[in-house]
Ligand binder design. Structure first.
Ligand SMILES: Cc1ncc(COP(=O)(O)O)c(C=O)c1O
Length: 319
């Protein structure tokens, strides 16, 4: 029988696709890992399923117990689906600025929604979720806090990348968005173990700029999950470049990525321009569907033109 036992079997093992036409440098190969291929359409299926399974196994989460979490989108959607599948009522605390498509998805999957004021952001949504957990006894998923988050990326995301590029010479750089920091911390650690010369770059929005799924460390909240020691640098990206590069991925390579994928592509192309050779892996954390209601897909300002040499690399912070 070739059928999967459950949708749980579809998590991970996402494809890696070379972006042949987008590398600005013939010696550097860019590869995108398409996390939109997960069952709810994002990388968050990996960590949510893992946290739920380990909490059930340890007894921290009882059968039928309610679950609460703070999320700006993808984690909430993944939790709404897997929580329900495993028999748990789910409530997600979202900042009011969340895209309407995300609330619609949460409702489709049967989750409850608690809105927190727009200005308060994810930091305060996390506090609200913790309060609800204390008051009602609901299990707090804790994507920003759980060691299972980075561990999942260490054991699955990075292992898949290493296997896929073993014959192509391995991995020389990883570029991934930073929300909780789980992807860069877990996958980054494993890739550095495999090749200590592999560089790890986190992509974050400029302070005050909203890039869905990503957060600025400059806002004063450093997620406990984030291991800054793994990072070789962080690359700040604005919305304009994130949007224009999501469009480029679609037009040049037929890849329908989300806003953070556009930000990561922009950062990866910048990086590739500075390297002489090597394989660069870009994590495309979700797909473009949820952002159809935004300006993302509207060509507006000529920004789709190659921007080589346009801005100096002053948006790459090295350390
Ligand atoms: C669309 C999107 N991109 C990137 C990220 C960042 O991933 P991580 O939380 O592992 O840092 C997230 C989640 O936070 C996300 O939803």
């Amino acid at each position: 029988m070739k059928a999967f036992e459950s949708v749980r079997g579809l998590v991970g093992n996402t494809p890696l696709v070379e972006l042949r036409s987008l590398s600005p440098n013939p010696g550097v190969r860019l590869f995108a890992k398409l996390e939109a291929q997960n069952p709810t359409g994002s990388i968050k299926d990996r960590i949510v399923l893992r946290i739920l399974e380990s909490a059930r196994a340890s007894g921290a989460l009882a059968p039928g117990q309610a679950i609460v979490e703070a999320s700006t989108g993808n984690t909430g959607v993944a939790l709404a689906m897997f929580g329900r599948l495993m028999g748990h009522p789910v409530e997600v605390c979202v900042p009011e600025s969340v895209y309407p498509e995300i609330e619609q998805l949460l409702l489709v999957y049967g989750a409850g929604i608690r809105r927190v004021p727009r200005q308060a952001g994810i930091k305060s949504a996390r506090e609200v979720a913790k309060d609800i957990s204390r008051e009602t006894g609901a299990y707090y998923l804790g994507q920003f806090d759980s060691p299972e988050n980075a561990r999942t990326h260490y054991e699955t995301t990075a292992a898949e990348i290493l296997a896929d590029l073993a014959e192509a010479g391995g991995v020389h750089a990883l570029v991934a968005g930073m929300g909780t920091g789980g992807t860069v911390s877990g996958a980054g650690r494993r890739l550095k173990e495999a090749n200590p010369a592999c560089h790890i770059y986190g992509v974050e929005p400029r302070l005050g700029v909203h890039v869905q799924g990503l957060k600025s460390l400059e806002d004063g909240f450093i997620p406990p999950v984030l291991d800054e020691a793994v990072l070789d640098g962080k690359i700040l990206v604005g919305n304009r470049h994130a949007f224009s590069h999501a469009r480029r991925a679609m037009l040049a390579e037929g890849i329908f990525g989300g806003i953070s994928s556009g930000a990561v592509l922009h950062a990866g192309m910048r990086l590739a321009g500075r390297m002489t050779s090597g394989n660069v892996v870009l994590i495309f954390a979700d797909g473009g569907w949820k952002y159809l209601g935004t300006d993302l897909w509207r060509e507006d300002d000529g920004d789709d033109q190659p921007d080589d040499g346009e801005d100096p690399l002053d948006d790459i912070l090295w350390w």
